[in-house]
Design a binder for this molecule. Structure first.
Ligand code: NAD
Ligand code: USQ
Length: 387
């Protein structure tokens, strides 16, 4: 199967491109390296040393004896999108190529506008190009569990059956996203659903939870294939960031009470979920939604787990409850369905002390690369800045 991985230089995209290539898929990566640029803008960098995409694919070809194609360009550039699809004619298009940080989207007006234009326009360009050139192509789009927010009822996989005034219908599940980034994913979902209904396209929206861990079998097979490890206050996500904090003697930053509960998934399961979606495409016109996470954790539970494992490595972890820079519930009901990928055969890697230990050890090995000032949360949800 020909699979195009957009955003294939990023944290989820690179391990996915490698994994699919290792399984025998013909893979083309498209990326504009904007993520590397945002690191420069923010004065941070991956905790692990990462090679350029060219070095990565060259080394993979030497090791695996098979190539991964590269197309450098921006999905918001309509000519680039059209030409890449015309040339490669993918059977599946895996779309990771968005600005994915909630805090980045909340910095100020220009970052919110950039995030929504980048994400929504990129996806729209793609829908038109698929519709005209490769209408059978299966769009596998990364959404987020954060599209749903934290409602006081169970979260379903995309749709909810509602009875109202004696009538019944199955409707898109209500969305209550918590940042302009998360909102961009909601807008994408609506646009994709419309294209499926109107043009008969086929798409899977993968509402992924927070991804933790950095290593997969392929990324650890050679230093040139190493995956990125984000830990800073803008791009670092809960568990990985807590490990970097504990490993470097900085406080583990729990925002507010820490009762915020989210779905989590190991990066090794992310890559497998993409393969399962690709191997089981929806029918024409179908807009399918899978909740892509394997277990629920509260932020405080994660912090305690990291503290416990850190002590076994003779670290002295400290936990700090910071004033929450975000507007979100800190204690709430959370029960989200996640059976559809399990039904397709996903065998989850559940979070355990061994994974936390690996993350801590990786962070300890790279301690000298940490910019401690970037641990401090800088973005305040409550204050709009025009700038
Ligand atoms: P990432 O920032 O590491 O990777 C995204 C990649 O897309 C980067 O390499 C970037 O250069 C590229 N990109 C961004 N905009 C582009 C554009 N307009 N044209 C071409 N390339 C572009 O992010 P990630 O953590 O790998 O996330 C990938 C996807 O998964 C995102 O859509 C994100 O919303 C989603 N997701 C991530 C997580 C997580 O915890 N990391 C959780 C849920 C969903
Ligand atoms: N949090 C802390 N301390 C920190 C960092 C975060 O308590 O130092 C809290 C946040 O307030 C939030 C929770 O941890 O309640 C998760 O925050 P996060 O930064 O780990 O993740 P989030 O902003 O939700 O975004 C990440 C990815 C995004 C993806 C999303 C999945 O960056 O691309 O869409 O996870 S989900 O959370 O399911 O929406």
């Amino acid at each position: 199967m020909r699979v195009l991985v957009a955003g294939g230089d990023g944290f989820c995209g690179w391990p996915t491109a490698l994994y699919l290539s290792a399984q025998g898929y013909e893979v083309l990566v498209a990326d504009n390296f904007s993520r590397r640029g945002w690191d420069e803008e923010l004065g941070t960098e991956s905790l692990t040393r990462i090679s350029t995409l060219r070095e990565r694919v060259d080394r993979w070809r030497e090791l695996a004896g098979r190539g991964i194609g590269v197309a450098v360009g921006d999905l918001t550039d309509e000519r680039f999108v059209y030409e890449v699809l015309e040339g490669f004619r993918p059977e599946a298009f895996v779309h990771f190529a968005e600005q994915r940080s909630a805090p980045y989207s909340m910095i100020d007006r220009s970052h919110a506008v950039f995030t929504q234009v980048n994400n929504v326009v990129g996806t729209l360009n793609l829908l038109y190009a698929i519709g005209e050139l490769v209408p059978e192509c299966h769009l596998i789009k990364l959404g987020t569990m954060g599209e749903y927010g934290t409602p006081n009822i169970d979260i379903e996989e995309g749709y909810i059956t509602v009875e109202y005034k004696g009538r019944t219908d199955t409707l898109p599940y209500p969305k209550q996203p918590g940042s302009y980034y998360h909102l961009s994913k909601v807008h994408d979902s609506h646009n994709i659903m419309f294209a499926c209904r109107t043009w008969g396209l086929r798409a899977t929206d993968l509402n992924q939870g927070v991804v933790y861990n950095v290593e997969t079998e392929e990324t650890t097979s050679d230093p040139a294939l190493t995956n990125r490890y984000d830990y800073d206050g803008i791009f670092g996500t809960a568990l990985n960031r807590f490990c970097a904090q504990a490993a470097s003697g900085n406080p583990i930053t729990v925002y507010g009470e820490g009762g915020q509960t989210r779905g989590f998934i190991d990066i090794r399961d992310t890559v497998r979920c993409i393969e399962l979606a690709a191997n089981n495409p929806p029918g024409p016109g179908e807009f399918r939604v899978f909740n892509q996470f394997t277990e629920q954790w509260s932020v405080l539970e994660l912090a305690h787990l990291v503290e416990k494992v850190a002590r076994t490595l003779d670290l002295e972890p400290k936990l700090a409850h910071l004033n929450n820079p975000r507007v979100e519930k800190e204690a709430h009901y959370y029960n989200a369905a996640n059976t559809r990928l399990l039904d397709l055969g996903l065998k989850p890697h559940l979070l355990n002390e061994e994974t936390v230990e690996r993350l801590l050890l990786t962070a300890m090995e790279n301690r000298d690369r940490i910019h401690p000032e970037t641990f401090v949360p800088q973005v305040d949800w409550r204050r709009p800045h025009y700038r």
